[in-house]
Design a protein around this ligand. Structure first.
Ligand SMILES: [Zn+2]
Length: 72
């Protein structure tokens, strides 16, 4: 039995306003609810905040200037 799932279900039962959690962000674990925007990235499903941070990481790691040599 998945205990976390059990308690999550109990929490929903006890709170009628609770919306079903669709998934948790791969990085920060934030709950993404049905109907909420999310990002499907290489690392998994991300919330908006982590996607922005990932974008920064990708930008930095991919940024190159033509004519300059990298590696070696
Ligand atoms: Zn996140």
């Amino acid at each position: 039995m998945n205990e976390d799932k059990y308690w999550e279900e109990q929490r929903i039962v006890n709170d009628p306003q609770e919306v079903k959690v669709y998934f948790n962000c791969e990085i920060c674990g934030a709950e993404i609810y049905e109907g909420q925007e999310y990002y499907d990235c290489d690392v998994g499903y991300l919330c908006e905040k982590c996607f922005d941070e990932e974008q920064e990481i990708y930008k930095q790691s991919c940024e190159r200037i033509a004519g300059e040599k990298y590696g070696d």
